[in-house]
Design a protein around this ligand. Structure first.
Ligand code: BJW
Ligand code: ZN
Length: 250
């Protein structure tokens, strides 16, 4: 199966990758769903919504501070690094991610499309103020504070610049992702449950346009029914092997 997957990728003219929380699991970033995917007693669907933020911004900020702390300590794992190297070698043209961590960027991926925003950016709930906390050097200040972060321009509460349920995905990112999916003749899907839309349409678009779908996951997902090859296992173990084989074939 691994050889077949390598053949698909090596033979592709325009391959892309699509990733979810599972690719960062081995870096110590908890996933949303599944056995280790819980935060206290809340589910993503109960915290990652504008309603939850309106009801209890302290609770939602506590969740995001906890995640920011974990992500800050995390380093790209061999799966992120393998994807970056595949791009470097011209095997894949872009990585479309649902993740809000910076691990693909840290691994060296250049053409990165972030569908659900980025946890290290904040934006104002009233005006158009935005801030990249890594660039402004305020990550630790925000993580360590117990207060709600406030907009320096208008004083309203700041929120994480991520996409919550019921909110539209950034137009630019979604357009780019759908365009890439229409052009791709192969997609490598890694570590996503494939149940959150519109992101989960992406492998389906590739398939509908005649492209091949290679999936890496520790368990079956919403994408598995259309996968031409399903590689069951940990991304950090499978992707380096896949990279080695593709390199030999190239
Ligand atoms: C491993 C591994 C290892 C573990 N190796 N693998 C149809 C069409 C359009 C929309 C909808 C639709 N049906 C329903 C909707 C609405 C909704 C939706 O999809 N709901 C479903 C849950 C039913 N979608 C939305 O609301 C979206 N917005 C929208 O539709 O807007 C419409 C609109 C238009 C115009 C105006 C207004 C509105 C927005 C969705 C936003 C999702 N946000 C979150 C939070 C982001 C911020 C944050 O990080 O906090 O995004 S929720 C969460 O789920 C996060 C993730 O990106 C996303 C996907 O999760 P992912 O990445 O797949 O992770 P997990 O945990 O689910 O899975 C991990 C996988 O890894 C598992 O399969 C494991 O087996 C595997 N794994 N370890 C390999 N080592
Ligand atoms: Zn403001």
């Amino acid at each position: 199966m691994l050889e077949y997957a390598a053949k698909i990728l090596a033979g592709a003219r325009f391959a892309i990758a699509f990733t979810g929380a599972g690719i960062s699991a081995e870096s110590g970033v908890p996933t949303f769903r599944g056995a280790n995917g819980l935060w206290k007693k809340y589910r993503a669907e109960e915290l990652a919504t504008p309603e939850a933020f309106q009801r209890d911004p302290y609770l939602v900020w506590e969740f995001y501070r906890w995640r920011m702390k974990k992500i800050l300590r995390a380093k790209p794992n061999p799966a992120h690094l393998s994807l970056a190297e595949m791009e470097e070698l011209g095997i894949i043209k872009a990585v479309i991610t649902q993740n809000v961590d910076d691990l693909h960027r840290d691994a060296g991926t250049r053409n990165l499309i972030e569908l659900h925003g980025n946890i290290f950016r904040v934006r104002c709930t009233s005006c158009d103020y935005r801030e990249n906390l890594k660039e402004s050097g305020r990550v630790l200040e925000i993580i360590n504070s117990k207060e709600l972060p406030r907009c320096p321009r208008c004083g309203s509460v700041l929120r994480p610049d991520v996409v919550w349920f019921g909110e539209p995905l950034p137009r630019d990112a979604l357009d780019k992702a759908f365009d890439l999916a229409e052009r791709a003749d192969a997609i490598l899907v890694v570590g996503t449950s494939g149940v959150v839309y519109p992101a989960a349409y992406i492998p389906y678009i590739v398939k509908e346009h005649g492209g091949m779908v290679v999936e890496v996951n520790v368990e079956r997902s919403g994408i598995t029914p259309i996968a031409d090859v399903f590689l069951r296992g940990r991304a950090g173990e499978i992707l380096p092997k896949l990279l080695r084989l593709v390199r030999e074939l190239k």
